[in-house]
Design a protein around this ligand. Structure first.
Ligand SMILES: Cc1cc2nc3c(=O)[nH]c(=O)nc-3n(C[C@H](O)[C@H](O)[C@H](O)COP(=O)(O)O)c2cc1C
Length: 247
């Protein structure tokens, strides 16, 4: 039913670009979290280049889920920075040409960027363990150290070990309105597709950096969203990627 209801037909939708621009102007480009402590990151593009030791082809061929799980290992701030940049970093800005948002490493239907990335930093040299929000516009993390965050989040997953043993777990979360304001129900489809793009970029960049990536759709939505302080409707976690060393 949802698929049928979210089809584009010859009857529409018709886009009202002025209304869309006005609505987008009223929405944050990324969640502000201005009162949270800020953790600067090494420059994203340089970090991504620096950690990438494989060609794209070799990374595609090397990507596989770590079947025996992840084993706890520390990683560097460059890795954290490079993977965040691969997920959502700002790569090109054409706002002067009339586009409402700077463009990012992963594509987004209409350039509306409904996804927000959070990183559970479990074992990153130079970053106190905790759950952090990634601000792509200034390439910083925001959040307070929280040594209990991994345990709290792990308890909301079907396979808690991946969360506990990851060096970093990325939570791809959606503010659906940014997409549905233009595309209606189809914007929901786009948001999920975009999570796939983002996860794949993280996967390939992780493999390129000599790490394994485990994609995780097995979480208890309501419990995880409660831990994340999301209402589970307007904002919800849609997909996660645990990155670390294969056991
Ligand atoms: C949308 C999606 C959700 C997934 N969720 C889980 C999960 O919760 N737990 C898990 O162990 N694997 C999960 N996986 C990983 C798949 O089981 C895995 O990709 C599949 O077995 C193919 O193996 P490969 O990744 O090594 O190619 C997920 C994969 C996708 C694409």
């Amino acid at each position: 039913m949802f698929h049928a209801n979210s089809k584009v037909t010859s009857a529409g939708p018709r886009f009202d670009l002025a209304a869309e621009a006005a609505r987008l102007g009223a929405l944050h480009e990324t969640l502000p979290h201005e009162l949270w402590a800020e953790t600067p990151l090494p420059p994203g593009a340089d970090a991504l280049r620096g950690i990438s030791s494989l060609s794209v082809g070799e990374a595609v061929l090397g990507r596989m889920s770590p079947r025996a799980g992840l084993t706890p290992t520390s990683t560097s701030m460059d890795t954290l920075s490079g993977l965040l940049f691969a997920a959502a970093g700002v790569t090109h800005d054409e706002t002067a040409a009339g586009y409402s948002r700077p463009f990012r490493a992963t594509p987004s239907g209409g350039g509306l960027y409904p996804l927000e990335v959070f990183a559970l930093a479990n074992r990153v040299d130079g970053v106190a363990p905790g759950l952090y929000h990634y601000d792509p516009t200034s390439h910083v993390l925001r959040g307070n150290p929280d040594s209990q965050a991994a345990e709290r989040l792990a308890n909301t997953f079907v396979q808690p070990d991946y969360v506990q043993n990851a060096a970093i777990m990325f939570l791809l979360t959606a503010l659906f309105e940014r997409a549905t304001v233009k595309y209606g129900a189809r914007g929901y489809r786009f948001t999920l597709l975009e999570a796939g793009h983002m996860a794949q970029n993280i996967n390939l960049a992780a493999v390129g950096a000599g790490l394994a990536a485990q994609n995780l759709g097995g979480f208890l939505d309501d419990r995880l969203d409660r831990e994340m302080d999301f209402d589970g409707l307007l904002q919800s976690t849609v997909y996660c990627v645990a990155v670390g060393a294969a056991a």
